[in-house]
Design a protein around this ligand. Structure first.
Ligand SMILES: [Zn+2]
Length: 239
């Protein structure tokens, strides 16, 4: 056994097991436990952990806990994924986050979501496709296949979107209304003439730009519904 002293900063205390909320928090770890093992045994998913310090030195989650270690754990804050990978973040929203998934698609972010996703499927897809897993299930986020994830704190989709947008700095790369909200595939521009038979006459007179979803065949235009959604997204994308 190795006994170490832990301090959790910022918002991380919310994840701690009820019997682990005292300060200072001394915890006896199993032999050869890593910081990931110990921190998750205390209740905090590794996806929520940012910087870690051990005895005043920076450390990673893979470090083995030694007797007498003093461990400082900080929350992740802004996750610099987009800058680091040079591409937009892609997401996988778990079964309970359908509203959030639609909002992310509205902003143009590739977001997988199925009501029937089982946990093992989520773990496999996250690993295969390097998706950021969005979930309110802290046990799921402890899985090692999920390299990147976000415990979504808010309950309402609008507030959840603000949370995720802040964490991944989505305002810089948002491209509203470029994905089909139902199919999560890019919409394609389409000639007005080609869709005239699918669009009400009053709309045809006013709207000149149309898009079509190659998966479901849906035809879309920036009508009043679009304007309302854009208003709702303004606080997130800041334009
Ligand atoms: Zn579609």
């Amino acid at each position: 056994m190795a006994s170490a002293r832990f301090r959790f900063h910022g918002d991380l205390a919310r994840f701690l097991r009820a019997d682990c909320r005292q300060e200072p928090l001394d915890y006896a770890c199993a032999r050869a436990a890593t910081l990931k093992n110990a921190i998750e045994a205390l209740g905090v998913p590794h996806t929520e952990v940012g910087r870690i310090g051990v005895n005043g030195e920076p450390a990673t989650l893979q470090r083995i806990v030694r007797d007498g270690d003093v461990v400082e754990v900080f929350e992740i804050g802004i996750d610099p994924i987009s800058g680091e990978m040079g591409s937009d973040p892609i997401f996988l929203a778990d079964a309970h986050l359908g509203g959030l998934a639609r909002f992310l698609r509205m902003l143009g972010f590739d977001t997988l979501h199925e009501n029937a996703f089982a946990d093992d499927e989520i773990r496999r897809i996250a690993a295969d496709e390097q998706r950021i897993v969005l979930s309110r299930d802290r046990e799921l986020l402890k899985c090692r296949e999920i390299a990147r994830g976000c415990f979504v704190r808010a309950l309402k989709p609008e507030a959840q979107l603000r949370e995720v947008a802040a964490r991944y700095n989505l305002a810089v790369s948002a491209r509203p209304f470029t994905l089909c909200l139902n199919c999560n595939v890019p919409l394609e521009p389409v000639e007005k003439n080609a869709v005239a038979h699918r669009v009400p006459e009053t709309v045809l007179r006013l709207q000149h730009a149309y898009t079509r979803c190659p998966a479901c065949g849906g035809v879309f235009w920036p009508g009043s519904h679009y304007q309302r959604m854009l208003e709702a997204l303004k606080p997130v994308i800041g334009r």
